[in-house]
Design a protein around this ligand. Structure first.
Ligand code: COA
Length: 317
């Protein structure tokens, strides 16, 4: 048994932070950020946690799906930046929307939403679950070093949500992990134990930009080819690709290597930056609400990030 996507939702906090705003904080410029990354502005939360944003995305997805929270039988949330270690985003959303089902979080950094979706799909395939809510939510601004111009200019906050149910539309998926902290890691500092002697770096996104860039392009290309092979289609048969929004040049390189026109790729990094595990869910929601999708369209979602991790899947609309 596979799944179908019944409804999607997204939420972005109101505050817009432009490149010019950041140029007043670190040594950068609007021109450099637009050209090298493709971000024009991003949303930054001033009073909402990752879980607060996830609640709003979840309510929109439930409305789109035409079901109520008490009908949910599972909630799986992806995040690396909730204000609290527990309760997790999933549990906080469960309480806030009035659901009573099991809820838990997964952490696979920017690939997290697709890992969460695949997890929920596996629960549904096991049987006994009618409706599940899948979330990606980040207040990534809380874990950035706002004095580091190579990272703070890339990211933004937000949340996305899918309501899924048994169906035949999740055609295939592929998950990838290569345990490594060389390219990208987010330490949590040493913590409170008076007994622990190991040094741990301060809380922040530490990233080797070029190594991460190469990993990202390679994973998009390999993962799209793998999921297409798994169902016997060519990348050109895909109607749309919804990629993780980390750098518009990563998307452009991958599109060229796959031999696909740029128009097939959903791009909104200019408006929101990299919202980590929320990015693919927000982008898919934009596509779903754009009115462009036709019945039978094949849509690939693909993401990559810390872990290192990557994931892709194909959905038939
Ligand atoms: N403004 C101005 N200059 C900047 C800058 C900024 N915000 N950030 C870096 N620079 C400078 C560097 O200091 C360097 O200067 P130098 O040549 O004097 O040493 C120069 O720009 C080039 O740096 P480099 O790291 O080679 O730039 P880049 O073109 O690779 O872009 C990233 C840097 C981080 C934008 C890019 O590597 C990237 O997007 N990588 C992938 C990141 C990613 O996907 N992260 C999320 C994973 S989920």
């Amino acid at each position: 048994m596979s799944i179908q996507v019944l409804g999607t939702g997204a939420y972005l906090p109101e505050k817009i932070v432009t490149n010019d705003d950041l140029a007043q904080m670190v040594d950068t410029s609007d021109e450099w950020i637009r050209q090298r990354v493709g971000v024009v502005e991003r949303r930054i939360s001033v009073n909402e946690s990752a879980a607060d944003m996830a609640v709003k995305a979840a309510q929109r997805a439930l409305e789109a799906a035409g079901i109520t929270a008490d009908q949910l039988e599972l909630i799986v949330a992806a995040t690396v930046s909730n204000d609290e270690i527990c309760p997790g985003v999933g549990a906080q959303v469960q309480a806030a929307i009035g659901a009573s089902c099991p809820a838990f979080d997964v952490n696979s950094a920017c690939s997290g939403f697709l890992f969460a979706l695949d997890t929920a799909a596996a629960f549904i395939a096991r049987g006994g679950i009618r409706y599940a809510l899948v979330l990606g939510a980040e207040r990534i601004s809380r874990i950035l070093d706002w004095t580091d111009r190579s990272t703070c200019i890339i990211f933004g906050d937000g949340a996305g949500a899918f309501v899924i149910a048994p169906g035949e539309n999740y055609l295939t998926s592929h998950l990838f992990t290569k345990g490594s902290r060389e390219e990208l890691y987010i330490p949590m500092d040493k913590g409170n134990s008076p007994f622990y002697e190991k040094e741990v770096a301060p809380l922040a996104v530490h990233m080797s930009g070029q190594a991460t860039f190469k990993f990202a392009v390679r994973r998009i290309v390999d993962d799209i080819n793998i999921v297409c092979d798994q169902i016997g289609i060519k990348p050109a048969d895909l109607s749309y690709i919804v990629p993780h929004q980390a750098n518009v040049r990563i998307i452009d390189f991958a599109a060229k290597k796959l031999g696909l026109p740029a128009e097939k790729f959903v791009v909104n990094i200019d408006k929101y930056g990299n919202t980590s595990s929320a990015s693919v869910a927000i982008s898919f929601d934009e596509l779903a609400r754009s009115g462009k999708l036709k019945k039978g369209d094949l849509i690939a979602m693909v993401a990559f990030g810390g872990g290192l991790s990557s994931a892709a899947c194909i959905i038939k609309w």
